[in-house]
Design a protein around this ligand. Structure first.
Ligand code: NI
Length: 187
């Protein structure tokens, strides 16, 4: 396993559609998956798409740990978490009209955070790293991270999804921003 270099916004590999993975069991694909997991954990990311490590392939990894789960719609019975997941050749189906705005960051856009509106209720399908079909329903942060990672496979970065670029901030300023907003709403 090896930590790979992460492409940053502006590099052409992040701008083009990725190619399907024909053989998930191919040794170079398995090695890529191992390296992506090591790279994501090292960078403390919630997800990583293959184009971010300069491989233009339809392959993403992500996790939705408990501390990142949003109480999206008061449906406490729904499990908002996801284990570390490898998803190959993914397809997303939107299951409801609800959209939710939340802060996103991206390892290819270091140091920034932006408010992005995403579908709150989706189903995603694809193959796991053994080449077996995988299909799950997701909401909240879990749904958000999957939509963010799959956007990478279309050559889309989260700032392109933003409706209000005044909500693109340096992550070190977010606490100031939220405090200022609170003061405004108190006034
Ligand atoms: Ni990203």
């Amino acid at each position: 396993m090896a930590i790979r270099k992460i492409a940053r916004m502006g590099h052409p590999v992040l701008r083009r559609p990725a190619d399907p993975v024909h053989d998930p069991l191919a040794p170079e694909v398995q090695r890529l998956i191992d390296d992506m997991i090591e790279t994501m954990i090292d960078a403390n990311g919630a997800g990583l798409a293959a184009p971010q490590v300069y491989e233009s392939l339809q392959l993403v990894i992500f996790q939705a740990p408990d501390d990142r789960a949003e109480d999206a719609d008061g449906d406490e019975a729904f499990d908002h978490t996801a284990p570390l997941t490898v998803l190959i050749n993914p397809v997303i189906e939107v299951l409801g009209p609800d959209m939710q705005t939340g802060w996103e960051g991206c390892l290819s856009v270091p140091g920034l955070r932006g408010a992005v509106s995403r579908h709150n209720h989706i189903r995603y399908s694809g193959l796991d790293r053994a080449g077996k079909p995988l299909s799950r329903v997701a909401r909240g942060f879990h749904a958000r991270v999957v939509q963010h990672e799959c956007d990478h496979l279309e050559g889309i970065l989260y700032p392109q999804r933003m409706q209000d670029l005044s909500l693109l901030l340096f992550e070190t300023e977010i606490a100031h921003f939220i405090a200022a907003q609170r003061d405004e709403s108190d006034a």
